[in-house]
Design a protein around this ligand. Structure first.
Ligand code: APR
Length: 175
């Protein structure tokens, strides 16, 4: 019997190297690229990814409101799809915990509806958007351990030893 977290793996590394069906991008609402994960994914995917993003309809310049997700092809990445999602800006957006959970939920919903079996995810909002790492991990894992997401193979790519340690502790707490 698999335990409730046996489908979740943590890797310290660059998410653009993931060989999965879908890679989740820590995007912004305009979906025009940026730094961090967003910059790395656009760089690795190639300029075609920005073209795909521009095809997503925008309302007042916003293609993906915070807490929602959009899916595009993955260009040169070793994945079929990129799922662009926007996490909350901690200390700025209201109800950041709800918005962060919504971003993970919306991303995994898109993965399921697009037939993905394996998904690579970053620590959404844990960089520029300044979400506290332990709280973010707890929210991420609470979403990932709900059905039907237990059917997915989920790999979180963490960018350094400090956040890897904090996320590993959080995962141990729920397993
Ligand atoms: N692979 C895995 N993790 C990465 C990578 C990478 N190549 N690059 C950065 N990270 C880590 C960061 O260290 C951080 O822990 O991903 C986490 C998320 O950081 P950000 O990329 O800054 O994402 P976020 O905090 O959600 O802010 C999103 O930043 O780049 C802009 O356009 C983006 O406006 C958006 C904002």
């Amino acid at each position: 019997m698999r335990n409730s977290v046996s489908h979740i793996e943590l890797i310290m590394g660059d998410i653009t190297k993931a060989r999965v069906d879908a890679i989740v991008n820590a995007a912004n609402q305009e979906m025009l690229g940026g730094g961090g994960v967003d910059g790395a994914i656009h760089k690795a995917a190639g300029p075609i990814l920005l073209e795909y993003c521009k095809r997503c309809p925008a309302v007042d310049g916003i293609r993906c409101p915070t807490g929602e997700a959009r899916i595009t092809p993955a260009g040169s990445l070793m994945a079929k799809f990129v799922i662009h999602t926007v996490g909350p800006v901690y200390g700025v957006d209201p109800d950041p915990e709800v918005l962060l959970a919504n971003a993970y939920q919306a991303s995994l919903d898109l993965a399921i509806t697009n037939g993905c079996q394996s998904v690579a995810l970053p620590a959404l909002s844990c960089g520029v958007y300044a979400f506290p790492w332990e709280k973010a991990a707890t929210i991420a894992f609470a979403t990932c351990t709900r059905m039907p997401f237990q059917k997915l193979s989920l790999t979180f790519y963490l960018s350094g030893p400090e956040i890897m340690h904090i996320w590993s502790q959080a995962l141990t707490k729920i397993s």
